[in-house]
Structure formats: C-alpha cells, structure tokens
Design a protein around this ligand. Structure first.
Ligand SMILES: Cc1cc2nc3c(=O)[nH]c(=O)nc-3n(C[C@H](O)[C@H](O)[C@H](O)COP(=O)(O)O)c2cc1C
Length: 316
C-alpha cells in the first residue's frame, strides 16, 4: 500500500494542498487534493491534536482523523491511510514555509513569467503557490475539462501569422507552463526549452529550418533533448530516446495549450540540428521548433484517415 509522504502545492487552483502517497512503483502513487475550506478544517483538527472528521466537498469523501491513523475514504472506493503524527508534522511544516515565487531579475536568456511581475499585493496573495500553479491558475478565462475535446478536434496548423496581433505575455506563460506539465521518463524532464525573442536569432532559425519563412513567428520555442537529466540506469541510446520523447511531448503540450488560448502554431521538424545548436549556442540536440501566433485567418481542421484504419485491435 502506498504511504503518505509529502504535502505539495496544488496545481491550477490558488489555495489548498496536494497530499501525496508514494508506493513502490511510480504508478502506485496517489494524491488527494484539498480545497481551502477542507484544508482549514483538517488543520483545525490536527493543530489542536484533536480527533474528528472532515467532509470533503464532493459530498462523498471524508477524512477521519484518529489519534494514530487518519483514514481517507474517497470517491470510487479509494481508501488511503496516513500516520496522523506525520500528516500533522508535514502539514504544519508546509503551512509555515512561505512558498514564495522567485523575485524578478530579467535577463535576456531566461524566462520570467509575467505573473511574477505582478503587484506587491498579488505577490503576497500567491505566497503559498508554486510558480507553475500560479501560471496555470492565472487569468479569469479558464478552460474547463469539457473544452478539451473541442480544442484538440479544432486545432489546425498555421503558417501565416497575423503579426499585427501581439501575443499576450500571460498566454506565453501558460504555454510554457503547459510544457512543464508534460509527462517525462522517470519525471526527469529530459528536455530544455529555448524561448527565442531575438529577431536576428529567429531569422537565423529560418535559414536553419530549410528556409521556412514562418519560423520567424511572433513566438518561437525551440525544444531540445537533454538526456543528461534522465538519471536512469539504462544505455545511452535509451536515455537519448527518452529525452527525444520528453521533448516531443512537452512541445505537444505547448501546442495544445496554444490552441486552447485561441492561438495557432506550426511544428517544425525539418531543421538542421547542427545549425540550430550553433545558433542557440548549445550542445543540446534540438527536436522541434514550435512557432506560435494569432493566425491570419481561422482554418478548419484537416481530415485524417479513418479511425478504424488507424487502430489495430488485437483481441485474445
Ligand atoms: C514531426 C512533425 C514535423 C513537422 N515538420 C514540419 C515542418 O518542418 N514544416 C512545416 O511546415 N510543417 C511541419 N509539420 C506540421 C505538419 O505538416 C502538420 O501538423 C500536418 O500537416 C497536419 O496538419 P494540422 O497540424 O493542421 O493537423 C510537422 C509536424 C510534425 C508532427
């Protein structure tokens, strides 16, 4: 059974926490996300070393805090336990530590999300948030889960951007944060993203990408493999393959995030790796360039082959 191990900041919402259980296997891990009110109720019980029950907002789940073990009775017949002492320690410790976002120090070759440049009051408000959750949870217009299928089914690549329509910084922040949420081999994130703002570098990339002019797009992201981050005991070829997959997935997540934000993009795979490395001043192998902006006009999605031609079902 998985063991309760840590408390983390919640993704996508401003308040609350994620309680993490870790099993032997990565897939055995489990998470319970508590909203602000649920967290407050749990803290009330734990901080006073009392016993009690917290009803969760789904109106089905509950946490029973006993003096030794706390029982999490969750939806879908999920059941988890946590050592009450450990839960108390971790939660109280977490609440004390200010999870402050980094201060702003703009250097041309680094990415500092706009949400960091918010006013003093906003900074105080986001004290307990990680940078990632601050970005993903920012802005009024949030995309609901039910929108996901509309977004993937209407996405269409664009090679003509409306350059008069500037891409808002907060949208770029969300796209980059989305790349950070992609799964990766062993969660080592074997990739890096180069966010190209410099006009001359964009022009050089056009040249390195088989002279495809649309590489000079409003937003240009170069996804590179970084196998040295993948600390797994496998042959170099495997680590290299993992980092290619990591970089590709991250780019795909960024591409979908762009669509969700009413932007369009073009994926560039046709590039001269050595030229791109030289332009970026890196030894890391580029996997793709993602060019993003507002499209000059909205186009319908391209058709695909028939689903039944694509899917090969193997039964017994
Ligand atoms: C691995 C890969 C490499 C690609 N390379 C290029 C490229 O170098 N230049 C380009 O114009 N489009 C490139 N594309 C974009 C595809 O042409 C485009 O996604 C495809 O035609 C389907 O259109 P859609 O994205 O609108 O559905 C690439 C896409 C992928 C996934």
């Amino acid at each position: 059974m998985a063991e309760f191990t840590k408390v983390e900041e919640p993704y996508t919402s401003k308040d609350g926490v994620r309680l993490v259980w870790q099993g032997i296997d990565e897939d055995d891990s489990d998470v319970v996300i508590l909203g602000k009110d649920e967290l407050d109720s749990l803290l009330e019980i734990l901080s006073k070393e009392k016993t009690g029950k917290v009803e969760l907002e789904d109106e089905f789940s509950s946490i029973l805090v006993n003096s030794d073990v706390s029982q999490f009775r969750l939806k879908d017949e999920r059941y988890l336990e946590a050592d009450t002492k450990l839960l108390r320690e971790k939660l109280l410790e977490y609440m004390k530590i200010p999870h402050e976002v980094q201060s702003i120090d703009v250097k041309s070759n680094e990415f500092y999300p706009t949400s960091e440049k918010s006013s003093e009051s906003k900074k105080v408000e986001s004290k307990k948030q990680s940078l990632l959750s601050a970005i993903l949870g920012s802005q009024e217009k949030k995309i609901s889960e039910s929108e996901y299928f509309r977004i993937i089914s209407t996405r269409r690549s664009t090679r003509k951007f409306d350059k008069s329509h500037l891409v808002e910084d907060w949208k770029v922040d969300k796209i980059l944060a989305a790349a950070d949420t992609a799964p990766s081999a062993g969660n080592f994130q074997g990739f890096e993203v180069f966010y190209i703002k410099n006009k001359k570098i964009k022009q050089a990339l056009v040249e390195a990408a088989n002279r495809q002019p649309y590489v000079d797009a409003p937003i240009v992201l170069v996804f590179c493999m970084n196998p040295s981050r993948v600390k797994m005991d496998f042959p170099p070829e495997t680590l290299s393959k993992f980092s290619l997959q990591d970089a590709t997935l991250a780019a795909a997540y960024a591409q979908l995030a762009a669509s969700a934000l009413e932007l369009s993009s073009i994926w560039i795979g046709m590039l001269d790796e050595e030229k791109v490395k030289k332009i970026l001043g890196t030894d890391l192998q580029p996997s793709s360039i993602l060019c993003i902006g507002y499209p000059d006009k909205r186009r319908p999605p391209k058709s695909r082959r028939k689903l039944r031609d694509l899917i090969h079902v193997l039964e017994s």
